[in-house]
Design a protein around this ligand. Structure first.
Ligand SMILES: Nc1nc2c(c(=O)[nH]1)N[C@@H](CN(C=O)c1ccc(C(=O)N[C@@H](CCC(=O)O)C(=O)O)cc1)CN2
Length: 287
């Protein structure tokens, strides 16, 4: 059912670079620079890396990009006031609040405060609803990036048995919707699934998004499956690993994404893609 070349390692870094190149070329033709504002609250070190990478990638592609850094003790009401100002700013096409947030701030309240037209994370209920009802909207960056990778890897999606491991609002659920829209037969498996290994073994396309280092072992992978690893976990030794035990899985998979260098770079490239899309829609030049 799936037919990429055997043993292929899907190079997310290269796919992301090509996508960013296409976005830069499109922006160079526009009479304006799409505006992106990334808000970081506190000093979570991983968030610091991601926010810097987003800002760099956005600037290099020609976006008008800025990071707004707020102290860890910021009150929820103050963050909501900032979001309201960004909602009203005509130069801002995309707003992203980096997660996780400090404990005094409720992420749901923050996401709900963002203008859905500027919600380049695609987390707002309006965008989630649009995705669920197959209406045009902003799609969460990580699942969107996974779809790019599957297509680049030559995976045949129509009719394929796809298993999404994880049911989060930001990855698992939208991922399942996108695979369903691509005519896969989709199963969402999670911590309460009775036999996770057996469910995974049946998958022709397996997307692992559980946030547990190397939980998916080699014998969970069906021969010839396409394996997409969304996990980014740091080991106590400081090494980055995914949710899939890569070396074990790679010998059985037809194609697999590495960590790092797989899905992560696509999340950033798709954020830029969403920002351009939001800008074109808001400014009346729908793609
Ligand atoms: N508002 C959001 N917050 C968070 C999101 C999100 O999509 N929106 N996702 C993650 C973090 N994230 C983007 O924000 C992200 C994670 C990882 C990467 C990435 O490129 N990873 C590299 C490795 C980088 C490293 O050395 O640590 C890779 O996988 O190759 C990009 C973006 C949580 N928060």
């Amino acid at each position: 059912m799936t037919s990429p070349p055997p043993g292929q390692i899907i190079d997310g870094k290269a796919v992301a670079e090509r996508l960013r190149g296409r976005l830069a070329a499109r922006i160079a033709t526009l009479p304006f620079r799409p505006g992106l504002r990334v808000v970081r609250v506190g000093d979570d070190p991983a968030s610091g890396v991601y926010v810097r990478n987003k800002d760099r990638a956005a600037a290099a592609a020609g976006f008008d990009s800025a990071t707004i850094q707020l102290p860890a003790e910021t009150r929820e009401a103050d963050l909501l006031t900032l979001i309201e100002a960004l909602n009203l700013d005509p130069a801002v096409d995309g707003i992203l609040v980096q997660l996780p947030l400090p404990p005094q701030i409720r992420p749901d309240m923050v996401i709900a405060a963002i203008d859905p037209a500027k919600d380049v994370d695609g987390f707002h209920a309006v965008n989630a609803g649009r995705l669920a009802t197959r209406q045009p909207g902003l799609v969460p960056c990580t699942p969107k990036g996974v779809m790019h990778l599957l297509r680049e890897a030559g995976a045949k999606l129509a009719g394929a048995r796809a298993v999404v491991l994880g049911r989060s609002m930001i990855v698992g659920r939208p991922m399942a919707q996108l695979l369903l829209d691509a005519d896969c037969t989709v199963t969402i498996a999670h911590s309460r699934t009775r036999d996770l290994a057996a469910e995974c073994r049946r998958a022709e396309i397996l997307v692992a998004a559980v946030g547990r280092p190397e939980m998916v072992r080699g014998d969970w992978i069906g021969d010839g499956a396409v394996v997409i690893d969304v996990g980014i976990n740091r080991t106590p030794q400081g090494r980055l690993v995914g949710d899939v035990a890569f070396a074990e899985a790679a010998v059985r998979a037809a194609a697999i994404t590495p960590v790092p260098g797989g899905v992560g770079p696509m999340t950033i490239a798709c954020l830029l893609e969403n920002t351009l899309e939001a800008a074109l829609r808001r400014r009346g030049a729908v793609t």
